[in-house]
Design a protein around this ligand. Structure first.
Ligand code: SAH
Ligand code: SF4
Length: 358
């Protein structure tokens, strides 16, 4: 089996070169070839000795997921469907804006956490992506778009905190000056609140943190974000405060999906203001993006404005996420990819839907 160098961070690559009997600076050279110049062929790495190029061709490879779909939305958003094995495909989304260009990447094929309003969760779970598959999304996108990708958000498919063994080396590559050289503030991990893993990320590789709050009290959050039954709001907020001690930004971004008649009342907004008094945070309201059989609807623009103004009047910074790429189902929570569900959740759901309609 050839080693896929795309999945090795600086330390991993140095280890591999030591195994080959090569000097550490050679590892750095190859790191730059692979990630800065996005070169996948060892034969073209012109400043390496021919003998090393041959050795690498024999023992290693640079292999990213295969692109099986490439869709462009009218607003410039671009979505790739990437095949990671015979049974699974995941999605990555490129979002160009005036002053930055963001790539949204996936961390797992599916997700076990089953949030009520999320189409990834509805598909069930198959497996963790490898480091090469995670960083491979950035590698591929950087080759395909003209603009330099300035920000990466782990807000695609999957729960990054449940795959930190592979996510952390991928983050290290994003930050490494010999690879993508992004600042910690421009790399964001989004989590639904897996508390112990938040502590691990803080200790091993603190980057900007977004937390999917979506409900201002445990009763509602238990229902919308089931991981809350395990790590309720009190514990989540304490973990956010611990994270802030080492975070590159001095606030946590709380994501809040606006679900019509479910979590969007004035009372809910006031409850959120109370949470903001316990942790330095900003709110990012996300208009719900519908998908078939979700059972939810998006709050009206008027309701979202009113909700935001209650928070603003309490002195809290609020942004409302512009829905991008929804004509190609590339908006938050619409990423479905193609997952061979080991949990058979999607099958159970089809049965449940059939029963409802019977
Ligand atoms: N698992 C991580 C990251 C992926 S989801 C997490 O949950 O944070 C990225 C964001 O999209 C999360 O805030 C998620 O709750 C939100 N989201 C999921 N489904 C959505 C939908 N249908 N409409 C709008 N946002 C959604
Ligand atoms: Fe998983 Fe995040 Fe979707 Fe919840 S919102 S099911 S944690 S991907």
């Amino acid at each position: 089996m050839k080693r896929n160098l795309l999945g090795l961070d600086a330390t991993g690559l140095a280890g591999f070169f030591a195994e080959l009997g090569e000097k550490p600076f050679r590892a750095r050279q190859v790191l730059r070839w692979v990630h800065q110049r996005r070169e996948g062929e060892f034969a073209r790495m012109s400043d390496l000795a021919k003998s090393l190029r041959d050795k690498l061709t024999e023992k290693a490879c640079v292999e990213a997921p295969a692109i099986v779909g490439d869709t462009a939305a009218s607003d410039g958003t671009r979505k790739w469907l990437l095949k990671v094995d015979g049974a699974n495909a995941v999605e990555a989304v490129f979002i160009p804006e005036v002053r930055r260009a963001t790539l949204c990447i996936s961390s797992q094929a599916g997700c076990v956490l089953d949030c009520a309003f999320c189409s990834t969760g509805k598909q069930g779970f198959n497996r963790n992506l490898t480091t090469a598959e995670i960083v491979g999304q950035l590698w591929l996108a950087s080759r395909l778009v003209e603009t330099r990708i300035s920000n990466v958000v782990m807000m695609g498919m999957g729960e990054p905190m449940l795959n930190l063994d592979n996510v952390i080396p991928a983050l290290r590559l994003m930050l490494d000056d010999n690879a993508y050289g992004l600042s910690r503030r421009r790399v964001t991990v989004s989590t639904s609140g897996v508390v112990p893993e938040m502590d691990r990320l803080r200790d091993e590789c603190p980057v900007a943190l977004a937390v999917s709050l979506h409900a201002p009290n445990d009763r509602l959050r238990d229902r919308l974000v089931p991981v809350n039954r395990r790590y309720p709001l009190r514990e989540l907020i304490a973990a956010c405060n611990r994270y802030l001690e080492k975070a590159p930004r001095d606030f946590i971004t709380f994501e809040y999906v606006m679900l019509d008649g479910v979590n969007d009342s004035d009372t809910n907004a006031r409850e959120l203001a109370e949470i903001a008094s316990q942790v330095r945070c900003k709110y990012n309201l996300i208009p719900f993006n519908p998908f078939p059989h979700s059972g939810f609807e998006r709050s009206s623009d008027e309701r979202i404005r009113r909700f935001a103004s209650i928070l603003q009047n309490a002195g809290i910074t609020v942004t409302t996420r512009k829905t991008r790429g929804d004509d190609i189902a590339a908006a938050c929570g619409q990423l479905a990819g193609d997952v061979a569900d080991r949990t058979r959740r999607s099958e159970r759901r089809v049965v449940a839907i059939k029963e409802v309609h019977a």
